[in-house]
Design a protein around this ligand. Structure first.
Ligand code: ADP
Length: 470
């Protein structure tokens, strides 16, 4: 169980971050340690060298003041005082021959370096050498120095304290590194967990959502950090998904509703004709009504397909240069009769030509939808005014203004959605596809459609299209 947990933790980002953190921490500590080590060892070595040089200087002064015999006594005395196993002295002539020394019984394996002596004679400067022998535990630092006329002193000192220090330092290094690694890993793990806690919350929310509750949101801590940004973006995405899902749900409800009515009517008609033992005339009527309902259904399905294809950009427009002014005038003429029937005054103020590149059939249908709506949603006694004008050199705008029932602010943001119908319009015939069709066609021509409206005062729909379109 525990092993399983560790194994799964191994694949987490927190684990990898911890390793990185601990690794970098160790690396920097190692660099600092080596720097410190280098500094200390060179200081110790320098001190040993200074001690040896000091001894050589003393011998040189004694030689000058008291003569060679005093030097011979001094080296015996110095070796005894410092420890005969720690230091030795040899007095040599220029050809390297030894003529006096301290007690050398412990140092018999240390000879005289001819090269060092030659170097000393040539450069006239003290020469240092470090000797390490297989059967000696500690290295020996040797100094060859010229202390008087034709007299060279060879001074040797065991580097025992130096070696001891290095060993102690190594032990401390290993111990410190081990504890530092554990410490860095704990801190790193803690920090990584803390930093990634927000990601875990997002993951958990996503898990709950995938189990079905689209209402959940990730809590935002207001730290303004990356995790907060992630949470905000994630929540925005959820809002959008929720809106889309609700929209799809409403749309499928609407489709179901709009399909149900004609099918129920067809079924009702068939039932009546069957149960009343109908005549041939009744069957003809039934067939005609069925065709009419089917046409309405097909029209609805076709409109949906045109909208989807146009919005997706797969519906190729049959664009030609056309006069939209002429199309609007024709449409007004066509709608004059139904407007009069309803007692609505339809006036068309379109003078001149307004050429655009467009799909004649689709543009006609788009204008027809707007006129149909304006007349449909304007009570008797009202008016509908249609105008076309050039906005500037590049755009043409078509306005359909009515004095009808108007649209509330909350509805005006939704009327261009497929199947959306405002409540007061439910008594009127319609399926809620006219405006989404108009919007899809306007956009496909590189233009757009807008609405301004006030309840019970009327609405104004404006379509703006580029003159040369597309
Ligand atoms: P419908 O077939 O219902 O007319 P539309 O897509 O053409 O579908 O319009 C969507 C809804 O927008 C309508 O149901 C109606 O509530 C509202 N609407 C459209 N045009 C007007 C208008 N000129 N005046 C008031 N409401 C309108």
């Amino acid at each position: 169980m525990f092993l399983k947990k560790i194994n799964s933790a191994r694949h987490t980002l927190a684990f990898r971050l911890t390793l990185w953190y601990a690794g970098i921490f160790m690396l920097t500590s190692c660099v600092a340690f080596f720097f410190f080590y280098f500094l200390i060892t060179s200081v110790i070595q320098d001190r040993t060298d200074q001690d040896l040089l000091g001894e050589a200087r003393t011998l040189s002064s004694i030689l000058k003041l008291q003569g060679i015999e005093a030097v011979k006594r001094q080296i015996i005395f110095e070796a005894q005082a410092a420890g005969e196993k720690k230091i030795f002295f040899r007095l040599l002539s220029f050809d390297g021959q030894e003529f006096s020394s301290s007690n050398m019984s412990y140092w018999l394996d240390i000879g005289v370096g001819k090269t060092a002596i030659n170097q000393l004679i040539q450069n006239k400067r003290p020469v240092f050498d470090t000797i390490s022998l297989p059967d000696r535990k500690h290295r020996i630092r040797i100094l060859y120095a010229h202390i008087g006329r034709n007299i060279i002193s060879q001074l040797g000192q065991s580097m025992e304290s130096y070696t001891r220090f290095i060993e102690a330092f190594r032990k401390i290094f290993v111990l410190t590194m081990a504890s530092l690694f554990i410490f860095a890993a704990i801190i790193g793990w803690f920090m990584a967990r803390r930093a990634l806690a927000g990601v875990e919350t997002v993951t958990q929310t996503a898990r709950h959502i995938s189990e079905g509750s689209l209402n959940e949101r990730v809590p935002v801590k207001k730290n303004q950090d990356e995790i907060d940004q992630l949470a905000i973006t994630f929540n925005q995405m959820l809002d959008r998904i929720q809106t889309l899902v609700t929209g799809i749900r409403e749309m499928s409800d609407n489709i179901a509703h709009d399909l149900k009515s004609p099918i129920t009517r067809i079924r009702g008609l068939s039932e009546v004709s069957m149960s009343t033992g109908a005549s041939e005339k009744d069957y003809e009527n039934l067939a005609a009504s069925t065709i009419e309902e089917c046409d309405r259904l097909l029209d609805m399905i076709n409109t949906m397909l045109v909208i989807s294809k146009t919005e997706a950009g797969v519906n190729k427009l049959d664009a030609v240069e056309m006069d939209i002014g002429a199309v609007v005038r024709d449409a007004c003429n066509l709608f004059q009769a139904p407007a009069e029937d309803k007692g609505v005054k339809l006036s068309c103020d379109v003078a001149g030509h307004f050429n655009i590149f467009g799909d004649n059939r689709l543009i006609q249908r788009m204008i027809a939808n707007l006129l149909d709506n304006a007349i449909k949603y304007t009570p008797a006694g009202g008016r509908v005014d249609v105008t076309v004008q050039a906005e500037d050199h590049n755009t043409v705008s078509l306005t359909v203004k009515d004095t009808g029932i108007g649209i509330s602010d909350s509805d005006s943001t939704r009327i261009f959605e497929r199947f959306y119908r405002c409540d007061p319009s439910r008594s009127e015939a319609g399926i809620g596809l006219g405006l989404s069709f108009a919007r899809a066609i306007a956009r496909a021509h590189g233009g757009h459609i807008t609405v301004t409206s006030e309840l019970d005062q009327g609405s104004t729909f404006t379509i703006t299209l580029p003159k040369k379109g597309l």
